[in-house]
Design a protein around this ligand. Structure first.
Ligand SMILES: Nc1ncnc2c1ncn2[C@@H]1O[C@H](COP(=O)(O)OP(=O)(O)OP(=O)(O)O)[C@@H](O)[C@H]1O
Ligand SMILES: Nc1ncnc2c1ncn2[C@@H]1O[C@H](COP(=O)(O)OP(=O)(O)OP(=O)(O)O)[C@@H](O)[C@H]1O
Ligand SMILES: [Mg+2]
Ligand SMILES: [Mg+2]
Lengths: 183, 165, 165, 183
């Protein structure tokens, strides 16, 4: 399974739609001055994977992730983040590369063969939606997709700014949970 | 299941010892069960002893030593079981120059298996990226992206790494 | 006493607004009483709005923006009431290059009043130091100090000998 | 009041006695590779000022601050840190520069006019001592000396590694305590 694309629209400082494309392997560096939005991209991925705690995203309420305006722009009414992955196994019909993803459970048909699109929306009304390949699903379905990959609720494959010490200062049983996730 | 856990524990640990020794130029880095007689429920402790130093709790390590220890454990986990992608937000901020070079070599080694997204201010770290995403705020409060594909930065960076050693 | 608290609150705030605006090139940075009707017991909130951005909780600020905000408040406190010395351990680790330059200018401004001890990996920050203390571990696990007076590098060795007495 | 000198001996990675001298104003940078002992110097100052929490010094027990040996060295039996300050007011007999220090209460006579030497010792037996100008005093006397200077128990004048966000994430009442300290 490979990461192909991240789309952000109305999410934190990303007022308009912005897109990051990836080859699926290798190193992509994200650079820029203080406060320009780099960590907001990290927040966006945590969020679309199902993060439930606004505090983990530096907010007080989940509503804080919606673009709240700037000098020249009005606040947005909706925050949308889409993650697009590619499963070569799905595409070719044979067993795909096993990099930790369970075979997607009841995955809706995608636009392109092997494509898995995960979307989360939050309206300023508070209404919230998760989608897999365009079909509305539950949070639970998104979490199941990533179970055991290090991108589930125990997402050790994402290290947020200033949180690298987390694994060392965690309780012994929390560290067990991390190994169990990888098991 | 307990069998799976033990396999993962030992598999990751094998790699952790190696990567730690590579990053620190020696020393001992490994996981240990807090309660070895009860592997089915035991928590996990992390042991990290840089070369030449005596064994102490990981809490007493320096900021840079802690960063390297965690990176060693994370990369070891990916060697046991790769993830589709990995996001690292300023994990190099506490590293001195030579450790930044060691960390980026480690990332380069792991790169064929995984998509790394590395947020950084370090030019040294940027040098091993094939793609750079520049985030800008030309208009106040509005983030925009600019992408730059680096033309084979790997060759140049490898040269530099060998020079630095 | 309440009168002293109010004087300090307003005195520090005056400087905080100025230093914040200098570091951020504008914007609003100040302290506000959580409970303005009860200054005798009220807690204090920090407001920090970089130029061009809308007001939000300080928690949503970036790592670098948080560092600058705290440094502005600390230096404002020293302007109101200097301390004999101030120790800063890697406070520049999350700053980009231009903000590192702004922070070191701020330190230079405050330097006549206070002894600053700045632990850093940044060459930019080191450049404004009159004295450099190099910490080394030539012998594994044992820290030693080497001091270099920047204004007169030739005095470096003499310094070292005197240090060892 | 000006800082003049910091002596460390047997404290954390400082096996032998090491000394930092200061002019009393200006910027002194402390530099070196990861793990060489820079933050240990910061810990030493917090400790000699009376830090009671081993955890704040990254240890599990206070005993952890005593040099515990290395490849070629045996553990030390004693950790000693001395801070030397100079009070031009004391030296000249007139009112010294007011940079936040209350007139020292019952300060013992010093070796040099205007000198204030603060020492803390911890023996591996667990026995512990505080001294002012060579005379044994209580922890309380050391804390009183620095009250209101930002170097007391609420030591805002020291920012430890990774803790710069502390003032922002603190509770509103803790921030009040910080302003009260400066008042
Ligand atoms: N809902 C929102 N609407 C608009 N702007 C927001 C929103 N949430 C956060 N921001 C802004 O995003 C900025 C922080 O962005 P981010 O943390 O991504 O910066 P960064 O590029 O990681 O910087 P650093 O290098 O300092 O870590 C803050 O200035 C904050 O005001
Ligand atoms: N009691 C002790 N005896 C001997 N060594 C100790 C003791 N306590 C801590 N150390 C060692 O001191 C080292 C940490 O030093 P310190 O935190 O000062 O590093 P640093 O120079 O700040 O590095 P960085 O740049 O990574 O922050 C650790 O390797 C630790 O093992
Ligand atoms: Mg950031
Ligand atoms: Mg340090």
């Amino acid at each position: 399974l490979r990461l192909k694309q991240i789309d952000l629209c109305g999410f934190k400082s990303f007022c308009d739609r912005e897109r990051l494309r990836f080859s699926g392997t290798g190193i992509a560096a994200v650079v820029g001055p203080n406060g320009c939005g780099k960590s907001n991209i990290c927040d966006a991925v945590n969020w679309v994977l199902g993060e439930q705690s606004a505090k983990s995203l530096r907010g007080a309420r989940m509503h804080d992730v919606i673009f709240n305006g700037s000098r020249n722009r009005a606040p947005a009414g909706l925050a949308t983040v889409t993650l697009i992955l590619h499963d070569s196994g799905l595409a070719s019909g044979s067993a795909g590369e096993d990099n930790g993803m369970p075979r997607p459970v009841r995955l809706p048909a995608s636009r392109a063969p092997g494509e898995i699109a995960v979307t989360r929306k939050l309206f300023s009304s508070g209404q919230s939606k998760y989608m897999l390949n365009g079909k509305v699903v539950r949070l639970r379905d998104v979490q199941d997709l990533f179970l055991g990959s290090g991108l589930g609720p125990n997402h050790y494959a994402i290290i947020e700014q200033g949180r690298i010490g987390r694994l060392l200062s965690a309780r012994a049983l929390d560290r067990r949970a991390f190994v169990e996730e990888a098991a | 299941t307990r069998k799976k856990f033990t396999a993962a524990f030992e598999g990751i640990n094998l790699h952790f010892r190696q990567v730690f020794a590579t990053l620190f130029g020696g020393g001992i880095g490994e996981m240990r069960l807090s309660d070895p007689d009860n592997p089915g429920e035991s928590g996990i402790d992390i042991v990290a002893q840089p070369p030449g130093k005596r064994l102490q709790s990981v809490a007493l390590l320096s900021g840079g030593e802690k960063s390297l220890t965690v990176m060693a454990l994370l990369m070891a986990t990916f060697r046991y079981k790769p993830s589709p992608f990995c996001i690292l937000d300023e994990v190099d901020s506490q590293l001195d120059e030579s450790n930044t070079v060691r960390m980026r070599s480690l990332l380069k080694e792991m790169a064929p298996e995984t998509q790394f997204i590395v947020i950084t201010h370090s030019k040294t770290t940027m040098e091993v990226a094939e793609t750079l995403y520049g985030v800008t705020m030309g208009e106040a409060g509005v983030s925009r992206l600019v992408s730059v594909r680096m033309s084979d930065p790997a060759a140049g960076a490898e040269e530099q790494d060998r020079e630095r050693e």
